[in-house]
Write a protein that binds this ligand. Structure first.
Ligand SMILES: [Zn+2]
Length: 363
């Protein structure tokens, strides 16, 4: 598969499990953790090409992926949940488990995926007037019970996929329980169809950070929390307790789980190679995302109130109108400062600038 700046990039899978955590457990974990981690890494790797190809078709060739795979043609159908029944990739999406508008079913994972997708859809529609991921009402397809005790959740370029967790890395049932995890993954769909940030080094860390930003905002919106009230954690309470409390902390990067190496300042930026070692995380995309995450949380707290009203709107505008595939931290920072002035006033502009200054991106 060829790689171009705007085109197909074979490593653009974002799954929720931090690859450096899986990579470390695969090498250093106990036998049960090692087995679960290797399985999660192997399955996730197989999905990467598919997601890149689907994103490319939709973005570059204007092929409606929803229609091409047979979904999304019915207006007003916002989402549908399928049960993969532990069959894995060849059985996606699986058996229809809950249709749009239908009442809850017995299966908690089905209902959680339904509610989380719906909350994400409503957030982008009501707050930023965006009609689904593509802005044109793309139906949100989700499959739960993917694979056997699979320790990951991901957007594959056409749909959301959730494993059940093995109880060795993720808690059983944990991956559908956190609305910020669902919103994080769905935001990758928006990024792929707008800025299309490549999934490597700084553009990849920005890609990850935007998913954390809107993942956290959907959670805050659902809980009606202000920036001061929010915990700024991603995936709180879904890892097994001995591994840690969450996947990431936006307000205090590097403190979410045991071995969390996220920096919160450019002084601690990790210049990692983009190779096939999951511990290097595509050049640190889930690691260095701590820096722009921290800038967002600081800006949102400084502005006060609900974070989606000012900081979120600035970041959303930058993601969807100002960035390109190869944008670096510095470019994203300058764009947010610029947009803060356009949308609001010099007060907000100064607060955004100061946040990026505190994390060492702007001077
Ligand atoms: Zn991600």
């Amino acid at each position: 598969m060829s790689i171009t700046r705007e085109g197909i990039h074979p490593r653009t899978l974002c799954s929720i499990a931090p690859p450096d955590l899986l990579g470390r457990l695969a090498v250093e974990g106990d036998p049960r953790q090692r087995e679960a981690a290797v399985r999660a890494l192997a399955t996730s790797a197989a999905i990467r090409s598919q997601r890149a190809v689907m994103g490319y078709l939709n973005r570059q060739l204007n092929v409606n992926i929803g229609k091409m795979v047979g979904f999304g043609v019915i207006p007003e159908r916002r989402l549908t949940i399928y049960d993969n029944k532990t069959n894995g990739r060849t059985f996606l999406p699986g058996v229809r488990a809950r249709d749009w508008g239908e009442p809850p079913v017995k299966d908690a994972a089905v209902n959680q995926a339904y509610d989380g997708s719906s909350a994400t859809y409503e957030f982008f529609r009501d707050i930023y007037q965006r009609n689904s991921l593509d802005g044109a009402g793309l139906e949100l397809i989700s499959s739960v019970h993917y694979g056997v005790a699979f320790d990951n959740a991901f957007w594959d370029g056409t749909q959301m996929v959730y494993g059940d967790g093995s109880g060795r890395i993720f808690q059983i049932g944990g991956l559908t329980r956190a609305v910020d995890v669902i919103a994080h993954e769905l935001t990758h769909g928006i990024t792929e169809l707008t800025a299309a940030l490549i999934y490597s080094k700084q553009p990849g860390a920005l890609n990850e950070s935007f998913s954390d930003v809107f993942g956290s905002l959907v959670k805050q919106f659902t809980l009606n929390q202000t920036a001061a009230e929010a915990d700024w954690l991603i995936g709180e309470g879904i890892l097994v307790p001995e591994l840690g409390t969450a996947l990431r902390s936006m307000i205090n990067p590097g403190t979410a789980y045991s071995g969390d190496q996220q920096p919160g300042h450019m002084d601690h930026y990790k210049d990692l190679p983009d190779n096939n070692d999951p511990r290097n995380d595509n050049g640190g995309v889930h690691i260095n995302s701590g820096i722009p995450n921290h800038a967002f949380a600081l800006a949102a707290r400084a502005m006060g109130g609900y974070a989606w009203e000012k900081a979120g709107k600035i970041w959303y505008t930058v993601l969807t109108t100002r960035l390109r595939a190869n944008s670096q931290f510095n470019e994203a920072a300058r764009a947010t400062v610029d947009v803060a002035g356009t949308l609001f006033s010099s007060t907000e502009q100064d607060m955004v600038h100061d946040a990026w200054k505190q994390v060492g991106v702007l001077s």
